[in-house]
Design a protein around this ligand. Structure first.
Ligand code: FE2
Ligand code: FE2
Length: 340
């Protein structure tokens, strides 16, 4: 039911006795309610489908499917609509069923105008208050949603600058995370990954090396081979990254992609020695993008490798370092594009 329908002072009156219907209608109109009327439950339902009203007043005993059926249909289709029942009082079971279905008031015939007016007015007001509460609730939810969105935006901006600052310490890795995201997203597009997973991949790829924040510059920029101890420190960055982001990013898929981006398909990677499909899918995609960017970027100890040579190295790593089902589309995709 729309907001306007609830706020309108409209009532649907249903009774098979013309005289009784007339009394209800005149009484409602006397108190400035607009009325629509029906003489049976089926017609009433048809009317309500075209023009729902916040309040329905119905007789119970009518030809056809009857008032009890109507009450249940209204409850099912328009749970917010208030129902007032009028009855001759001989059908206790039907009345009990209606009360069980949540009707707001009931009257025994003949209806007393004052009593009817009071019930109609108070039911309409309670509908109005209920609608207003719901409107305010929706407004509050919208404000909370907006604020959460703002906070998330602020957080992601802060994280992005943190990643930039981190990479600026090492001229060889400057822009690495954004390039990894670019390659991972191209692959995602190429294999037809769903939009939901693409969003998660984008975030995980951008933040995959955030755990390097604690590494000394000397290690990041070292032009010679790392010692075993230094390499052990470097190997901690996926776990540190996951730990830094865990309080802020609740999504397990994103966190596990960051944690597992250095796992190898043959189980020889780190930190958990996962293998094959036990490695999270998004992590397997990031591994490929990460390795491609590492190969095609200059390092302190070597210059950048040409695209085709880098792709050959990746091809050699299929099944050992990389998921063969992902490396193949990646190679095809990169070869279809012109070299940078
Ligand atoms: Fe990494
Ligand atoms: Fe990386």
């Amino acid at each position: 039911m729309s907001d306007n329908a609830v706020l309108n002072r409209c009532v649907t009156l249903v009774d098979d006795e013309p005289a009784a219907l007339d009394v209800l209608m005149r009484s409602a109109r006397a108190f400035h309610f607009e009325c629509q009327t029906a003489s049976n439950a089926e017609d009433a339902l048809e009317l309500l489908e075209k023009n729902p009203t916040p309040v329905v007043v119905t007789d119970l005993s009518m030809p056809g499917l009857g008032g009890v059926w109507l009450v249940h249909e209204i409850r099912r289709r328009w749970p917010q609509t208030a129902v007032i029942v009028v009855t001759v009082g001989t059908d206790d079971d039907a009345l009990a069923q209606c009360m069980g279905a949540g009707v707001q008031h009931y009257f025994l015939k003949p209806v007393h105008v004052d009593e009817f007016h009071h019930a109609l007015q108070s039911t309409w007001y309670s509908q109005l208050i209920c609608r207003e509460n719901q409107r305010q609730k929706r407004h509050l939810e919208w404000i909370v949603h907006k604020q959460t969105h703002k906070l998330q935006h602020t957080f992601f901006s802060a994280i992005t600058s943190l990643v930039r600052t981190l990479e600026a310490r090492d001229p060889y890795s400057s822009g690495h995370s954004l390039r990894v995201r670019k390659y991972a997203m191209r692959l995602a597009q190429y294999i037809g990954l769903d939009e939901h997973s693409k969003k998660r991949l984008s975030l995980a790829a951008k933040l995959h090396d955030i755990g390097k924040v604690g590494l000394a510059e000397g290690i990041l920029n070292k032009p010679t081979k790392l010692t075993e101890g230094e390499f052990d420190l470097v190997k901690e960055h996926p776990v540190i990254g996951e730990r830094i982001l865990r309080p802020i990013i609740r999504n397990r898929v994103v966190l596990s992609a960051i944690r597992s981006h250095h796992e190898r398909f043959d189980g020889g990677g780190y930190p958990d020695n996962l293998s094959g499909e036990k490695i999270p899918f998004l992590a397997r995609m990031i591994t490929i993008a990460d390795s491609y960017d590492a190969l095609t970027s200059s390092r302190a100890y070597r210059s950048a490798i040409k695209q085709e040579d880098a792709l050959t190295i990746l091809q050699d790593g299929q099944g050992s370092q990389f998921d063969p089902h992902l490396i193949q589309p990646f190679l095809r995709m990169m070869r279809e594009r012109k070299p940078r």
